[in-house]
Ligand binder design. Structure first.
Ligand code: MEZ
Length: 528
């Protein structure tokens, strides 16, 4: 038998004895120590100091710093800015936050245009599996949700943003249900709730293990039914300003014919999502193909501040085998349903529902200290014992609650009902992003931001399920605030003055790299 098979057998044979085993929780000090020692956010050599711009002197990872300090694809001699579209609101991004903002703005009577890099709906929203946290049970409360999220975020969360997030949870969940989202229910018809890591009570609403896909199915249908004008395959490449600190539109790139499209807008909502495809520190990612942080670089160039741009979430359980699945999520909901994590010796090494930063750090520790299992492709991982879920909850549980997970692995002849699989942290989420105020407005006037592109709500570590909530709460807030602003505004002049300032600062800071941002697609695509 190979080493992998021997180790796997240990997991299979110890299952029954382990099933009732309690795992001690980490004390606050132990957790702090673990995270500081092993979490990628604390790896000093992975970080650079930003040399100019709104966050000059602050740190972020090299991969992001390169893009923030990168050149614009728009040349200094760009021809006169003649708008092809004039709208109240330009919404950039076709995921859950953008779609929610579009529906809200449309309902408020605004004339809107949505621009998406890929197709409407191609986004991290559809990749979200495990659920959406909302305090709806009689024992629960938004205050409790607030405290859990603040603790999970290492107390670095923006309190105002977090308060709004948890307080508006129940009403946005009802809004989604009214639109047609089919959250799982118990036999008595009540919403079914599950626990997530770092939460003191079960508060995850979910649609089996494809919650985000179900949300996007409904939101996309609504956007189409409302006849929102959508320009697909038209990513943003630059913002436009009036030269005096207000955003007045954007330049898009038509991927079909490489033409530039100038849009004049009274307000802009950026919902461009995350950064997983930057593969920070070489990590694989759970993110969709277009998650290249485009919103961050164009916003930084236009002079808006970022916040917590030095912290990222590495989801503890990304698949590492088979190689074709590397980085794909094994939802936290599986651990919530009882699955154990085990090292090469078949030992549990962490309470599986600690916050994600702690669990990810523990997995990395096991692998660094020689207790990981090597895959044929040379990656390292630990076991996640999914058959235990059926043993604890009854046969058929995996099939009923995790059909997506079963299908994903079955494509490679792996039956998760019968055998454990190997996992390792995968780059999942940017905890920080563009700084926003309570209405979702950035520090650049008339530029609103919603969803993963924004920062502050989740502090230094987001809790499971707070992202699907965030995109809806802040999609709505941005949609409402941008509509109100647009109704009271005229179109502003279109200029690229901010680019001249940016280029001057860049040159004075001695930056002369040939990196062009936004990146739009992962660099391995360009090489093909
Ligand atoms: O919020 C998330 O990131 C989430 C629900 C992920 C998961 O493990 O399913």
């Amino acid at each position: 038998m190979s080493d992998i098979d021997v180790s796997k057998e240990r997991v299979n044979t110890s299952r029954a004895a382990r099933s009732q085993q309690e795992m001690p929780r980490l004390s606050a000090e132990e957790k702090d120590d673990l995270v500081h020692r092993y979490h990628p956010d604390y790896k000093k050599e992975a970080y650079a100091t930003l040399r100019f711009g709104p966050n000059k002197g602050e740190q972020t990872v090299h991969e992001l710093a390169r893009l923030l300090e990168g050149e614009s694809p728009v040349p200094a001699d760009f021809p006169a800015l003649k708008p092809a579209h004039q709208v109240d609101i330009l919404i950039i991004g076709g995921g859950g936050a953008g779609a929610t903002a579009a529906l809200t703005a449309k309902a408020a009577g605004a004339k809107i245009l949505m621009a998406t890099k890929l197709r409407l709906g191609d986004s991290n929203t559809v990749m979200a599996e495990g659920g959406m946290q909302v305090a709806v049970s009689p024992e629960d409360s938004p205050i409790r949700h607030f405290v859990d999220s603040l603790k999970g975020g290492h107390m670095a969360n923006d309190r105002v943003l977090l308060k709004q997030l948890v307080e508006e949870g129940p009403s946005v969940a009802q809004w989604l249900i009214d639109l047609g989202v089919m959250f799982d229910r118990e036999d008595d018809g009540n919403l079914s709730l599950r626990a997530g890591g770092g939460s003191s009570l079960p508060r995850l609403l979910r649609c089996k293990d494809y919650t985000g896909l179900e949300l996007m199915r409904v939101l996309k249908d609504c956007v189409l039914n409302e006849e929102v004008e959508v320009l697909e395959f038209s990513p943003v490449i630059e913002l436009l300003t009036d030269g005096k600190g207000s955003c007045t539109g954007a330049i898009l790139k038509d991927l079909d014919n490489d033409r530039r499209i100038v849009v004049q807008a009274k307000t802009v909502i950026l919902a461009t999502g995350g950064i997983g495809r930057l593969h920070i520190q070489g990590f694989p990612t759970s993110n969709h193909f277009g998650a290249t942080g485009d919103g961050l670089s164009i916003t930084y160039r236009a002079g808006a501040s970022l916040t917590l741009q030095d912290t990222f979430q590495y989801h503890p359980t990304g698949a590492v085998f088979p190689e074709a699945m590397a980085g794909l999520l094994v939802t936290e909901a599986i651990r919530s349903a009882g699955a154990h994590l085990l090292n090469a010796k078949g030992e549990r090494f962490v309470y599986e529902l600690e916050t994600r930063d702690a669990v990810a750090s523990a997995v990395i520790r096991e692998c660094l200290e020689g207790r990981g299992i090597q895959t044929p492709a040379g990656r390292y991982g630990v076991w996640i014992d999914m058959p235990l879920v059926d043993q604890i909850n009854g046969e058929g549980t995996l099939e009923k609650r995790f059909p997506n997970m079963i299908r994903q692995f079955s494509r490679y002849d792996i039956d998760i009902r019968k055998e454990p699989v190997l996992v390792y942290p995968t780059l999942h989420y940017q905890n920080g992003g563009i700084q926003i105020d309570a209405e979702g407005e950035s520090t650049l006037k008339n530029l609103f931001v919603a969803g993963e592109a924004s920062g502050g709500i989740h502090g230094r570590n987001r809790l499971m399920g707070n992202s699907l909530l965030d995109i809806i709460v802040y999609g709505k807030r941005a949609g409402a605030a941008a509509s109100k602003r647009a109704a009271a505004s005229d179109f502003g002049p279109l200029s690229l003055d901010h680019l001249s300032r940016f280029r001057k600062e860049r040159s004075e800071a001695g930056v002369n790299s040939d990196v062009v941002s936004p990146m739009l697609f992962p660099d391995y695509v360009k090489k093909q």
